[in-house]
Design a protein around this ligand. Structure first.
Ligand code: KIV
Length: 276
């Protein structure tokens, strides 16, 4: 039996996200597990099963090693525990760049095996054609421009893009191409405010910013970053909690009490019934 009720609420659709262009800001967070998805679902319009799961949950140095199987497993967990938010699943590195046919087969596998409503692709100029191929065949797609974590091997590091004017023009063109190809929204990561505002003003679909200023139609953060689970977070993250401190305090309390034989106590102990 599942601990998570399917509920009766209807999920947000890609069309509803699209209709929010220029309207009420769109609230998005990453989710990888069922318990976290159940909590976030109440407050979010969109949950992204990001390939950042590789770094946040699996301890990988970047997202290159993330596989289709990982994305599907985490996508299934998030879908089981959420019932309101739109769930989008990242296509991992290697799952969509080779050809649009391979991209389509992998996108369909993600949608069928997880039940999610959309996929996300990091959309350099060469990916617009693939986005068009997918959207024309019934696959809702989120684009992702600016800092593209899957480009780390080519860039040598995670690098904000668009500081130089020629590079800014490329990022704007990539966002336009993704929107023209049918993406229902575009994640804009790690760009200067002026670039984010230019993209937001220049495309007909919502921009979802991460490290891209308040000039976007919505915002997304890695949930564990904003909850304060890690010692280091990027400059653009605001910490809304201190999960690391809370967990450390709780674990210290537990270990102190186990060592002092104060846990378990009578309240946490089963006792045999006395014979009558
Ligand atoms: O993988 C991810 O979590 C992402 C978001 C941070 C946008 O791509």
């Amino acid at each position: 039996m599942s601990a998570y009720s399917s509920g009766s609420a209807k999920r947000t659709t890609p069309q509803q996200i699209l209709a929010r262009k220029g309207g009420e800001p769109i609230v998005c967070l990453t989710a990888y597990t069922a318990p976290m998805a159940a909590i976030l679902d109440e407050a979010c319009d969109l949950l992204l099963v990001g390939d950042s799961v590789g770094m946040v949950v699996h301890g990988l140095p970047n997202t290159i090693g993330v596989t289709m199987e990982m994305m599907i497993l985490h996508g299934q967990a998030v879908m089981r525990a959420s019932h309101r938010a739109l769930v989008a699943v990242d296509m991992p590195f290697g799952a969509y760049e080779g050809s649009k046919e391979v991209a389509y087969a992998n996108a369909i596998r993600i949608l069928k095996e997880t039940g999610a409503q959309a996929v996300k692709v990091e959309s350099g100029p060469e990916i617009a054609e693939t986005i068009a191929y997918l959207t024309r065949r019934g696959v809702p797609v989120m684009g992702h421009v600016g800092l593209r974590p899957q480009a780390v091997l080519m860039e040598g590091a995670f690098r904000a893009r668009g500081k130089r004017s020629d590079e800014a023009a490329c990022v704007v063109a990539e966002a336009r191409a993704a929107a023209a190809a049918g993406a229902f929204c575009v994640v804009v990561e790690g760009v200067a405010e002026a670039v984010a505002r230019e993209i937001t003003a220049g495309i007909p679909v919502p921009t979802i910013g991460i490290g891209a200023s308040a000039g976007c139609d919505g915002q997304i953060l890695v949930t564990e970053d904003m909850l304060g689970l890690f010692e280091w977070t990027p400059k653009f993250v605001r910490r809304y909690g201190d999960l690391r401190g809370e967990i450390a305090r709780a674990v210290r309390g537990y270990s102190d009490e186990v060592r002092a034989r104060a846990f378990p106590g009578a309240a946490e102990t089963y006792f045999a019934r006395q014979k009558a």
